[in-house]
Design a protein around this ligand. Structure first.
Ligand code: ADP
Length: 573
């Protein structure tokens, strides 16, 4: 018993870290403090990289995007009470976008709960609307099982956010090293036994039905979204489009699965493509607001939808003509196999393909004409074209583009060109503003070979601007371009007759300090800042910062009255 007493002990903090590492977690994002500071240190000692943020909101957005980009759950670590509440931003964003993420939060001492303990909150109840699955470790021995469970549920089926609660007293409990290893091994093996394979159970007859619908369609279209990107379906998509000659339409984050420059891309003829198609194969994209709910007048009332989604509930909700529940890549591979046995291809002279390609060419050349006009002081288009060309000049691996803001995101979506999968992150399904810097940091660590370029409105940037220090601290290759038009939507656009009352002389609710020197923010931490207002200045700042691959902020002065209120909210996406 002498040797038993002296056996090294493992506390709750270390056991969480050991279990996470065994469950395949390689990155954590968060803000430390009581009671989780030691958990972060222990995670690092177990080989997990911990990226420390200023604010849990940004760290949570980073964790959600990390899950999307890597297919491994992004983990957010927060302190109890307010830390957990701030973390709900990231957790809910992961849920809305169907990305795998885990929020791990310390919580107050179990014995003091209900008596007004430090940072006391019923956190399991607080996360409930935003999590797929949650667990609370009430004793140290439960930690490994719960860790494996949250990792499993974050990834299984439709990905989403999960929650693990670790009370302060549990983090401080100890078990012996041998007991800790036993607990981790037991959790791992029971999880492995329960693992089920996704995508099995798709009936061959369903695949045949889908192919025969596509074969007999006059105006078929394939639409794909970030679920297909998450499934890494790009090779299967390319095969499908090469074999069938069917035009395709990516959703904003589906862009790049096939290059925007592909001759069958219908991005620039979107209204025609969705308005006239008679059969639409929709892969890993919801028929939600982004796709006008799949309803008239944007879609034809007779369109037959074939939906491919990993979530059975999603298919039941939309009631498509045909639903295929399964992983996007696996289902497309089955479809490709079925087509190979009896091939069909529309060909360039097919009237539908011709109509799409004619409209695309018209719209692209109209846009290029607009882009060729150099406007100074800058409107949105002139700098966006310069940025587009600088990004394209990077070649492969293509930079990851992070985009948010009203006009900036809207114009960016139609002007910036995506040529590689998973290289666009934007406000997403939830229209979440403030994701910018968190997404940049996640992108930089998830794809270390890629440059990250954020194209942000000044208001979007402001949500997480302090994280420029995080960029500098970790020396991440991120260039943040701020379209600075002095506020939300830009200058004061109020009708003067509506501005009355005792506070009528206050700045407009939409306006910020004009000419804000955002570039000097990053200089405060040793990063590089640029202030630009002409094409030459912008080109030179881009050339220098892209080749330096060091954290930089380019503050681009935009005419405060360029653009429109809310971007073009009638389009929303
Ligand atoms: P977008 O915003 O690009 O239109 P959505 O987020 O609306 O995309 O839709 C993504 C869909 O993809 C979700 O319904 C989700 O269930 C689904 N999904 C997630 N992972 C997969 C996968 N591996 N295979 C197929 N569908 C998936």
């Amino acid at each position: 018993s002498e040797s038993k007493v002296s056996e090294p002990q493992v506390d709750g903090n270390l056991l969480v870290a050991q279990a996470l590492s065994r469950a395949g977690v390689d990155y954590m994002f968060g803000v430390v403090g009581i009671p989780v500071t030691s958990l972060a240190t222990r995670a690092v000692s177990c080989g997990i990289r911990f990226i420390a943020f200023h604010n849990e909101q940004s760290a949570g957005y980073a964790a959600s995007a990390y899950g999307y980009l890597t297919g491994r759950p992004g983990v957010l670590l927060t302190v109890s009470g307010p830390g957990c509440v701030h973390g709900l931003a990231g957790l809910s964003n992961a849920g809305a976008n169907t990305w795998p993420m885990i929020l791990i939060s310390g919580s107050c001492d179990q014995k003091d709960f209900g008596r007004g303990d430090f940072q006391e909150l019923d956190q399991v109840a607080a996360v409930k609307p935003f999590s797929k699955f949650s667990a609370k470790a009430t004793d140290i021995s439960e930690i490994p099982k719960h860790v494996f469970d949250v990792v499993h549920h974050a990834l299984a089926g439709r990905p989403g956010g999960c929650y693990l609660d670790v009370p302060t007293d549990v983090l401080h409990q100890t078990v012996s090293e041998s007991e800790a290893s036993k607990l981790v091994a037991a959790a791992e093996s029971s999880r492995a036994q329960q693992a089920t394979e996704q995508g099995v159970g798709i009936l061959e007859t369903e695949i045949q039905k889908a192919v025969s619908l596509l074969r007999s369609a006059e105006r078929p279209l394939i639409v794909f979204g970030k679920g297909a990107a998450y499934a890494k379906a790009e090779d299967a998509l390319k095969k499908f489009v090469d074999a069938t000659g069917i035009p395709f339409l990516p959703t904003p984050m589906g862009k790049g699965l096939l290059p925007d420059t592909h001759e069958l891309a219908a991005t620039a003829s979107r209204s025609l493509a969705i308005g006239r198609c008679d059969v639409a194969l929709v892969v890993g994209a919801r028929l939600n607001w982004l796709l006008h709910f799949g309803e008239p007048p944007r879609w034809s009332k007779d369109v037959k939808f074939i939906l491919v989604d990993v979530s059975k509930e999603e298919i039941e909700l939309r009631k498509p003509h045909l639903g295929l529940v399964g992983d996007a890549r696996l289902v497309l591979e089955l479809i490709n196999k079925e087509i190979k046995d009896d091939p069909f291809c529309l060909g360039k002279s097919h009237p539908w393909v011709e109509a799409i390609s004619k409209k695309t060419k018209e719209n692209v050349s109209r846009m290029e004409l607009q882009l060729s006009k150099v406007v100074v002081p800058f409107n949105f288009l002139t700098p966006m074209k310069i940025i587009r060309d600088a990004i394209l000049a990077q070649g492969s691996p293509a930079p990851i583009v992070v985009s948010e803001g009203a006009n900036t995101m809207d114009v960016g979506r139609s002007v910036l060109v995506q040529t590689e999968p998973r290289t666009r992150l934007d406000a997403g399904t939830w229209g979440t503003m403030g994701v910018g810097l968190g997404y940049c940091i996640a992108a930089a660590v998830a794809s270390p070979d890629r440059l990250v370029v954020a194209v942000e409105g000044d208001s979007g940037f402001g949500f997480s601007a302090m994280e420029v220090e995080t960029l500098v601290r970790y020396q991440l290759p991120v260039v943040v371009i701020v379209f600075n038009n002095g506020g939300v939507y830009g200058g004061d656009r109020r009708n003067p007759e509506e501005i009355t009352g005792p506070y009528k002389d206050d700045p407009a609710p939409t306006s910020f300090v004009p000419g804000a020197a955002y570039h000097t923010l990053i200089e405060a931490f040793g990063g590089k800042g640029y202030l630009v207002g002409t094409p030459e200045e912008l080109k030179s700042a881009l050339a220098e910062s892209f080749s330096a691959r060091k954290p930089a902020v380019i503050n681009v002065t935009i005419d405060p009255y360029a653009g429109s209120e809310s971007g073009r909210m009638q389009h929303k996406n």
